[in-house]
Ligand binder design. Sequence first.
Ligand code: SAM
Length: 329
Amino acid sequence: MKISPVEQLFTVFNETSLVLQEELECTFLEALAETGENIFQQSILQEELSELNVKRLKKQYEEINLDKFSKEDIRKAFQLVILKGMKESVQPNHQMTPDTVGMLVGYLVQKFVKEKSFRILDPAVGTGNLLTTVLNQQLDKSIESVGIEIDDILIRLAFINANLQEHPVELFNQDSLEPLFIDPVDAVISDLPIGYYPNDLRATDYQLKAIEGHSYSHHLFIEQSVKHTKPGGYLFFIIPNGLFESEQAPQLREFLKQHIIVQGIMQLPLTMFKNKNAAKSIFIMQKKADHIKIPKQALLVDMPSLSNAYEMDNILRKIDKWFLENKES
Ligand code: SAM
């Protein structure tokens, strides 16, 4: 039986991670970062391994030559092994952005950002899955990308993910709500971490700090992202559907009115989520600048289940029509 390239890569990533996990007595995700680094460097970097395990790893690594795999095959295989590792233990807020969402964000970036060469930021880059899904869809573009992530192991995985796919991503391991030393970007994409931000002192730097108690980290992320976007740049956030229903929503509305133009909201299919309260949307905005064309009306789309080809076709036509009437005329 012929196995697919993704299966072939998955097997090598998975089996070599298991060997390293056992010998290094670490978590599966840490072992995956180690094996990814070995594959990228084409060498076995862990000095403490037994001879037998070195042989086993070498044999497995020789079975794959990354040049023969597409970036998407590498991304998908890496994503599947991470998902396996995340089953061991992962907080809900650390979850990787699923493929379907990444594909839609990638499609939107391609529709909205017309420059041939641009800078993109993901301030909650996690494993880099969303960022590289988006990058892999921007054909014939020259893109500089920046990713920021607070979690040490996730950023290591993002680093290896980007290296294996040959995407030169500039990565920072820090709290994105602390000052950022990056040049302004043309686009931001982010699957926002939702919840309270524990650092009340830092939150006082933000217009969107809570009047009382902890601030919402997703609100502060939006403000920080807008700050680092060039005038006229676009922002694509994955947000909870209830974003505008919280007690802090009036402040958020006011901030958005001052700084951005809402371009659209794409509600993701409910079937993708455990329940209605967990459902999310993609929020598309543009940072204000002189001479920006304001859409006659925002693009409002309720995505059908992505397997419904007929409905999907209708929606894609509706989106094209909106672009013709609001952006291209
Ligand atoms: N798009 C990512 C991917 O494909 O793997 C997943 C994003 S996940 C929903 C949100 C991420 O935000 C988590 O990886 C979490 O560690 C990170 N995060 C939470 N608070 C942060 C902060 N203050 N600064 C930087 N990253 C943060």
